[in-house]
Ligand binder design. Structure first.
Ligand code: ZN
Length: 306
């Protein structure tokens, strides 16, 4: 098994101020911790070019993409939504984040690697087909999922989202298509307050109470996801890997520890080993306490690497 690790430096151009929690130090902290531990030292280092228009348009409307280009500021900042400031370099970073994830998909599908982790920002899972939301402009996971389905012809793609916030944008784009099985755990009630009831045929929502622990999460995931995923037999698993359910992360009030992310990585890896294909593409979403983010991302990669 070969790990691919995807990151790039121009994400720093998406700089919306030190007081905004989604800032460049997030990726720098992960990269620094991985360098210190050597976990990704022998990883395949993938490229990160801009996402192609054809790849974007499978997940987002043409009008929305044109709107993003038109609103991108020549200087200063604008608000694409109340939580989502857009600086001069933001759209460039968003195009590169999505491009990274697509390149990781290509490398997985061409058997260069079996696991990929994309340390990218801005994140994507709140971005809907025609709407920026919650720090997200382009839905990196949905773009890769649609390409896997429509260009590579995959028929069973599992989407796992363990960010503390529900991946409403991903559900908006992929709901009710049986090629996708979407499993999403999240604190409830909490942002984005939508799409949390199980009203779609292909979505398993797993709301977790404020203050619940990693053990509570493991029990819920094993009860609600394990058999469905085993029966689904994914040819590819794409993970919205947000690390803001950690106890030290003040974006929400769950109490997971870094070891819970190691458990999650191993859980997904074990399911995939039972499938004909064995490919996992993980994409960074949230995670705002730098120490907790770096250790959680590290432990998740260690868990799904083996
Ligand atoms: Zn989040």
């Amino acid at each position: 098994m070969k790990l691919g690790y995807y990151s790039y430096t121009t994400h720093i151009e998406h700089d919306v101020g030190d007081i905004h929690p989604e800032h460049p130090m997030r990726i720098i902290a992960i990269n620094h911790h991985l360098e210190e531990t050597g976990l990704a030292a022998d990883a395949y280092q993938g490229g990160c070019n801009h996402v192609a228009q054809a790849d974007l348009l499978r997940a987002h409307s043409q009008g929305y993409i044109e709107q993003l280009l038109a609103m991108s500021p020549a200087n200063g900042m604008i608000l694409a939504d109340p939580d989502t400031p857009m600086a001069v370099g933001s759209l460039n970073a968003a195009y590169q984040a999505a491009g990274c994830v697509v390149e990781a998909l290509d490398d997985l599908m061409q058997d260069r690697i079996a696991r990929a982790f994309c340390s990218v920002r801005p994140p994507g899972h709140h971005a809907q087909s025609n709407k920026s939301m919650g720090f997200c402009f382009l839905n990196n996971v949905a773009i890769a999922a649609k390409k896997a389905q429509q260009e590579y012809g995959l028929e069973r793609i599992a989407i796992i989202d363990f960010d503390v916030h529900q991946g409403n944008g991903t559900i908006d784009i992929l709901a009710d298509d049986p090629a996708f099985l979407i499993c999403s755990s999240f604190q409830h009630p909490s942002f984005p307050f939508t799409h949390w009831r199980n009203i779609y045929n292909n979505v398993i929502n797993t709301p977790l109470d404020e203050g619940s622990s990693g053990l509570d999460m493991r029990r819920a995931v094993e009860a609600q996801w394990l058999h469905q995923l085993q029966d689904f037999k994914p040819q590819l698993t794409i993970v919205s890997a947000g690390f803001d359910a950690h106890e030290k992360d003040h974006m929400a009030e769950l109490k997971w520890q870094a070891e819970d992310y190691a458990w999650f990585g191993a859980f997904l890896s074990d399911i995939n080993k039972g499938c004909e294909e064995n490919k996992i593409l993980a994409v960074l979403e949230g995670g705002y306490n730098l120490e907790a983010l770096a250790s959680s991302a590290h432990d998740f990669i260690a868990g799904f690497k083996d």
